[in-house]
Each structure stands twice: as C-alpha cells, then as structure tokens.
Design a protein around this ligand. Structure first.
Ligand code: AMP
Ligand code: ZN
Length: 482
C-alpha cells in the first residue's frame, strides 16, 4: 500500500486545525480562503552567506506546517522569497551596510554570482534536512518594478513621502503600526538608535526606497532617481504578486516580527486598505550557549559542518522536532549526539519490525487510536513534541511489530526523518577500535604525526574520523584506496 494513502484519511474533520496567530496572540481555527487549499508565503534567505542551522530551523517550520496540513487532507501552496538585493540592516541614516555588496567586494564577484552561489548552497542545505522545496522561489531582484509600483501607490495614498531621492514610510499615517509586535510609538522612539536622518518625519519611519548615493552596483532607475529598495517592501511586492492580496499564512523567524513583518503589514494594508494575511506564524530562535545563533556574531554551525563531524543531518531535524516550534531551542552538540543515536535506533527498529509484515489488515482499534492521537497533535498548532512522545509510546506499546512499522512509516510523511532508510552499519570493522584508542592516546600526547598516520589507517579500513571538542567521532564510509 502506498505510504501516502492513509486508511484514516477521514478520521478527523480537517476543520479542527488550530494554529497560533502572532497577530492575535491566540490559537485560531484554520479557515482557508479557498476550500481545501492553504496558501502561504515564507520569508526566505538572504543569499550573501551560507545559512546556519538556526536559519534552517526557521525554514523547517513551514515545511512541517505543509507536511502536517497535507497529512490532514489539505493541499498547500508555498512561495519563499530569495533576498538577493541589498538587505539594509538598519534604516537609520546611512548606517545600514549593504550586505550583498560587502560580500561581492570581499569575494571579488558580482552580486549576481554571489547570489547564485549562496542560493544553490541554501537549496542543498535545506535538502539535507528533508525540507521540501517551495512551489516558487521569487528573487527580489526580479521584482523591482512591482516594488516601485507599490511605493508609488503608498505615496499617492499619503502613507509615504520622498526626500532627496529616498522614500520613507510615514508610520504615523497607519494607526495599526505596532499591533503585530505590540510596540507603542514610545517604544519605537526609544528604539531608534544612532544617527537618524533629520529629514524623517518620525524616527521610526522606515525606508521604502533608498537614493543610490555612493552605490554603483545593484542600482535601479525609479521615479525618485537611481536607488534600490528597502528590505521590507520586497516581501509585500512578491507575496501579493504571487499570492494575490489575500492569503492564508505568512511565516518567518521570531526576529522577523519587528520591524520586518510590522512594516510589511503597514505596506500591504496601506495599499489595499484591507487585511492581506490571515495568520502570522513565527518560529522560535535557535540559541547557542545562551545567545541567538547569528551569522553576524559568528556563533553558528552549518549543517554540512555537523555532517563532517559525523552527525546525520536529519539528527538536527529530530532535535528540532522535540521542541515546540514557537519556543526558543538551545542547540548543543551533546544534544545533537543524543538525537543522532535515537534516530539511528529508531531506523533500526523500523527495519526490524517492517520485516515482520502487518498482522491486521483492516486496522484494529488500537492502531486507529494511535493514528487519531497523532493527527490531533498535528492539528493542535503543530504539536510535534507530543507527536514525538507518541512515537516513543508506540515503540514501547503492545501494538504488533508490523503495525508499529506501518504507523511509523506513515507518520514519517510528516516527520521527514527517513525512517525507512537502511540503518547505516554502526559496528566498527575488526581492529578499528584499538586503532581509535591508540589515536586518542596519541592526540592526548600531542603526537600529531602518529595520530595523522592512524587516521589514514582507519580511512583505509572504511572509518572516517573527525576531531571535535568532545573527542574523536567516527563513522563508517567506503574504504579509501591507498
Ligand atoms: P536571513 O538570511 O539573515 O534573512 O535569515 C533567514 C531567516 O532565518 C529569517 O527568517 C530569520 O528569522 C531566521 N533566523 C535568523 N537567525 C535565527 C536563529 N538563531 N534561529 C532561528 N531562526 C533564525
Ligand atoms: Zn520577508
């Protein structure tokens, strides 16, 4: 039986899905604008550097959302933007540094080459985590005319003003500004740091279009002279161009709530005069030793780095599934090692149980109850930690082995953990354990010549070793030919 065909497809009415809406700070029942189809826009990566696992946690959220909704019987459409233009970090006067251009300068490539390279890398990294591809990946650089059109409309409706070739959004013209993030004008004022352009009407006014100034690359003509768009306007332009002026869900990381999504609401609703997004969903941040994992701070891991250390990339997915998507999650390699072990063990069990085959064809009551509970967890604002607890409960339950395998393989359509993958051999080839021990001793004695020689010996036996802060890690690979 194909895995995607569920025996319980109608076991639960799909109308009972509840999702947490940042806008109302409450779980709300999902009521898609088009029957049976959920249409969403996800803020995507800025492609001037590699993404880290924190970014990937945020991109995994809409993937889990789509997989869950599809499991519960909906179709989904997803648009994810690629920010390949500027990305002013800060709207205060001349402080924002154009990250694309900094990278282009440092790497001596054109902004287009930089963007293409990091877009490919992002797709590869996302695929390692079984994050399914969005239906469309619009590039900001291909939507400049749509952004200019929106800015013209905002000026015409009294929401924006031009000064010296730069256009600002006039936040005082939009009374709901601050509602999403619960920011008051006072807080916005207090938050305005550094040198503020004296031509702004309010220090919190944000850039829609920036006069080119010294910039020579990534500059476009506009009714206000040569320049480039602010970061926020791109998401208003691309979301409404591709999904229309009403769609169901908008996703991003918790750090996108303010200013990015607050500004997007002011722009999109300033132009249309009505609510555009029904539900705003935000993923919690990934933390490292108490601080937010961030490119700029340099405290981050790439997924390929963790893979080189011997971890299965999907161990990160397993780890992320253990936490509620909205909460902060502390990352550690110890935690990841635990997830890695648990995942391998789970695959071994599924393989073993699957060999037994199913005993009950029609689906007995206990199996049906497990299935219903799994669906209920998904429908309760994507409660994947509960779904994972259910996985653990099922493993230790009296359900027949073949049925356990059947349920787990079916749930994997949502979990995305490749539970069907043949478990990798975890045992060392004969003699390798003693070489590993000898190498550990050599490393402790700082005898690096010996430790390098032993690493080569191990590679020839099919054991790849990496050195980490916690000691050596090994994984079995194809034996390396001398
Ligand atoms: P960027 O490429 O910097 O625009 O970031 C891409 C996405 O990653 C944004 O939606 C951010 O909200 C998200 N993000 C950045 N840092 C973290 C983090 N430490 N944990 C989770 N998400 C993050
Ligand atoms: Zn965005």
């Amino acid at each position: 039986m194909p895995l995607r065909q569920h025996r319980f497809a109608n076991a639960m009415t799909t109308s009972s899905i509840r999702l947490y809406n940042t806008f109302t700070r409450a779980k709300e029942e999902l009521q898609p604008l088009r029957e049976g189809v959920v249409r969403m826009y996800s803020c995507g990566p800025t492609v001037y550097r590699y993404v880290h696992v924190g970014n990937l946690r945020t991109f995994m959220m809409p993937d889990l959302l789509r997989r869950s909704l599809e499991y519960l019987g909906y179709q989904t459409e997803q648009v994810m933007n690629i920010t390949d233009v500027g990305h002013l970090t800060d709207d205060t006067f001349d402080r924002g540094e154009d990250k694309m251009l900094v990278s282009a300068r440092l790497e001596q490539k054109t902004p287009e080459e930089i963007a293409a390279h990091y877009t490919d890398a992002f797709m590869e990294d996302a695929a390692k985590l079984n994050i399914r591809r969005a239906g469309q990946y619009p590039h900001a650089s291909h939507h400049i005319p749509q952004m200019i059109e929106l800015i013209e409309k905002l000026i015409a409706r009294g929401h924006a003003y031009e000064t010296g070739g730069t256009v600002y959004y006039d936040i005082a013209s939009f009374p709901a500004y601050g509602r999403l993030s619960r920011n008051t004008t006072d807080k916005l004022l207090a938050g305005a740091r550094g040198e503020v352009d004296p031509r702004k009407r309010h220090p919190g006014d944000f850039t829609l279009w920036k006069a080119a100034g010294e910039h020579r690359m990534q500059v476009w003509p506009s009714p206000w002279g040569p320049g480039f768009p602010g970061w926020h306007i791109e998401c208003s332009a691309m979301s409404m161009s591709l999904l229309g002026d009403r769609f169901d869900i908008h996703t991003g990381g918790a750090d996108n709530v303010f200013p990015h999504h607050e500004a997007e609401i002011a722009q999109s609703e300033g132009v249309t005069g009505h609510r555009v997004v029904t539900c705003w969903m935000h993923g919690g941040l990934l933390m490292l030793r108490g601080a937010r994992m961030a490119k700029s701070a340099g405290n981050f891991f790439r997924i390929s780095e963790l893979e080189e250390q011997g971890f299965d990339p999907l161990a990160f997915r397993y780890l992320a599934l253990q936490a509620k998507y909205r909460t902060k999650l502390d990352f550690s390699t110890e935690g990841l090692a635990g997830a890695d072990r648990a995942l391998r063990q789970l695959r071994e069990r599924v393989a073993e149980w699957a060999r037994v085959g199913r005993t009950v064809e029609g689906g007995d009551a206990e199996v049906a109850r497990y299935e219903a509970r799994f669906r209920a967890a998904l429908a309760d604002d994507l409660d994947l930690p509960s779904a994972m607890a259910l996985v653990a409960e099922l493993i230790h339950s009296g359900v027949a082995p073949g049925d356990k395998a059947w349920l787990l393989r079916s749930w994997d359509a949502v979990l995305g953990l490749d539970l069907d993958r043949e478990p990798s051999p975890t045992s060392l080839p004969e003699g390798a354990a003693s070489i590993l021990e000898a190498r550990e001793r050599a490393r402790a004695a700082k005898d690096f010549a010996t430790s390098d020689r032993l690493r080569e010996e191990l590679a020839a036996m099919g054991v790849a070793v990496t050195d980490t802060a916690e000691g050596q890690r090994w994984r079995t690979v194809e034996p390396r030919r001398p």
